[in-house]
Design a protein around this ligand. Sequence first.
Ligand code: CA
Ligand code: CA
Ligand code: CA
Length: 177
Amino acid sequence: MRSTTYLTAAACTAAVPAVTGLSPATAAPAAPAKPLAEDTADFNGDGFADLLIGASYETGDDAATTAHAGALTVLRGSKTGITTTGAKTLTQNTVGIPSASENEDHFGSAIAAIDTDKNGKPEVYVGGNGEDGYTGRVWNLATAPATGLTGTGATRFGLTHLGGAAGASTFGYRFEG
Ligand SMILES: [Ca+2]
Ligand SMILES: [Ca+2]
Ligand SMILES: [Ca+2]
């Protein structure tokens, strides 16, 4: 004789294994990552992304002592796009920037803007791979609301500061960040 077994509600509950490792359905979804450009490209805090341009073969006013010393230019963004109004060019002769413009410094050989301390003001790192006989250095320039990129408070470092070898390493020839 065939018999039929019916499961009670309690039996059904017991038969379903507990599922672990899943977030409750009511948990708020993770906030989307903030676009990097919003953090790093607006140097003067006006809401428009600005543009850095390296000119590492730039020669200063004195061609005998500043051939290929290099320069860094920043162009402001605006509601009509990049503009030359308010453009700013910095070299190693800019007040606050360590060292001086010299032959073959190649300041501007590489550039990166990173808000390393997440204070809303990006720092700009500039390579000068020809500095000191192609030993090379990297400069850390600050930005500030309204002022934008500035030489004030700039610092620099090289392989020797990081415990690495000295010599013609062209430190700062290229980097990403
Ligand atoms: Ca801006
Ligand atoms: Ca120099
Ligand atoms: Ca910062």
